[in-house]
Design a protein around this ligand. Structure first.
Ligand SMILES: Cc1cc2nc3c(=O)[nH]c(=O)nc-3n(C[C@H](O)[C@H](O)[C@H](O)COP(=O)(O)OP(=O)(O)OC[C@H]3O[C@@H](n4cnc5c(N)ncnc54)[C@H](O)[C@@H]3O)c2cc1C
Length: 388
């Protein structure tokens, strides 16, 4: 019997690959393995679910059973892969059992980075990276609402996810304070003027910010959580959420002997250091970059589906702008490559901001852009100008 293509992960990467494969081949056997329930949901909705009045249950778009039927695949849900055996071409499952593969695709996502903190309240720090996390978050908010006391939430990290949750918590009547060691919001993505505008709009809506400070300890007290900062100051809050970043899940790949760096290293065709194993999504480091966003995943899945059905294809990305889901200040950013040499040119008006990042050696070459408020309408036009 021919072994199937085995995909570890039923997140956006795993399911998008299965869908792309089915467009090209209706019969190729596919087995998907997930340690979670395998239900299909939109992860980006996790950080604007409160404003959309969604619960963890209503965020599920399709159950794993419905996905199994729709995609003609077999899904092993609540099944953790504990080992990859590259010689035997099989993966070992928790509790015993093996699954053989013809091709293995790692679509295992990333883990939230946990802040290193002192104190007896450290285990109360939440992070929201999947439906299960969101369910706990939702429960904690409901408990605070039921207690009818203060509703102060501390968010660690003033990046994209931290700012989105701050805006969403405001919509539910909570008071977010965002803390970051950086100097400003979305420091690595936006020019200073755009950071300032986003921060001001969120402050006007009721959020507070603290920069150049880190949380060093969290302790439980009768009045909630007592937090100490690296600058010696302190505050009390009722809930803490960490949004300081993600680290690709590389453990299984590293143990199996696959090349890993920040992520599971692949070439342009998404192939790892073993020719039968591929990696996509938040766990993959493709051509030296980990791109933990929806659009790169879509392009990776299309390219890999073509490769796995007989047309070797290198993934190519167009300009990939990201929408920052902060209704207080609609923002779209297409960040320049991390080591790009260049400068931002910023045009500000009362009702919008437009910024273009140009190459310092060739000023006509646009490498990135940021748009806010009314200017977000120029998204397509600006994306067309960015060199890829
Ligand atoms: C709150 C939030 C908001 C976001 N908003 C946006 C946005 O607005 N725009 C945007 O472009 N991107 C956004 N992103 C990023 C985007 O959602 C992710 O890049 C994408 O969903 C990652 O998909 P994935 O399939 O790689 O990983 P995941 O969805 O994390 O899937 C990983 C899968 O692997 C499985 N798994 C892991 N290890 C094992 C194992 N050992 N055995 C079995 N199964 C295993 C898990 O169970 C899971 O099914 C957001 C992310 C977050 C957290």
């Amino acid at each position: 019997m021919v072994s199937p293509i085995v995909i570890i992960g039923t997140g956006l990467a795993g399911y998008s690959l299965a869908k792309e494969l089915r467009k090209l081949d209706a019969t190729i056997p596919i087995v998907m393995i997930s340690r979670d329930a395998g239900d299909f949901y939109s992860k980006p909705m996790l950080s604007n679910a409160l404003c959309a009045k969604k619960s963890a249950a209503s965020l599920v778009l399709k159950s794993s059973v419905a996905m199994e039927e729709e995609l003609s695949v077999r899904i092993l849900s609540h099944t953790q892969v504990v080992k990859i055996d590259l010689q035997a071409h099989c993966v070992h499952l928790e509790g015993g059992g093996n699954q053989f593969y013809s091709t293995l695709v790692l679509a295992m996502g990333a883990d939230p980075i946990r802040p290193v903190l002192e104190g007896n309240g450290v285990d109360s720090v939440l992070s929201v990276n999947d439906l299960g996390d969101f369910s706990l978050f939702e429960k904690s908010l409901a408990e605070l609402e039921a207690r009818n006391t203060s509703r102060n939430v501390l968010i660690l990290g003033a990046g994209l996810i931290g700012c989105e949750f701050a805006n969403d918590l405001l919509a539910r009547g909570f008071n977010p304070t965002v803390v970051d060691v950086a100097n400003r919001v979305l420091e690595r993505l936006l020019p200073p003027q755009a950071s300032r505008r986003l921060q001001t709009r969120l402050e006007n809506a009721g959020a507070a910010f603290r920069f150049k400070a880190a949380v060093v300890s969290v302790n439980r007290s009768a009045a909630g959580l007592a937090v100490e900062f690296s600058d010696g100051t302190a505050m009390r809050c009722d809930l803490i959420m960490s949004a300081i970043g993600l680290k690709p899940r590389i453990g299984l790949a590293a143990q199996a002997g696959l090349e890993v760096q920040c992520g599971i290293v692949t070439d342009g065709k998404l192939m790892t250091s073993d020719p039968r194993v591929f990696a996509i999504g938040d766990c993959a480091e493709v051509g030296c970059s980990v791109l933990p966003f929806v659009m790169p995943i879509m392009f990776q899945c299309r390219a890999l589906a073509a490769t796995l059905t007989g047309t070797p294809t290198v993934v190519k990305y167009p300009a990939m702008p990201v929408t920052v889901k902060t209704p207080a200040c609609p923002t779209v950013v297409c960040p320049p490559p991390s080591r790009a040499e260049g400068a931002w040119e910023v045009l500000e008006a009362d009702d919008g901001l437009e910024a273009l990042f140009s190459d310092s050696t060739s000023p006509d070459r646009a490498l990135g852009f940021a748009l806010q408020e009314k200017s977000v309408l120029k998204r397509q036009q600006m994306a067309a100008r960015v060199a890829t």
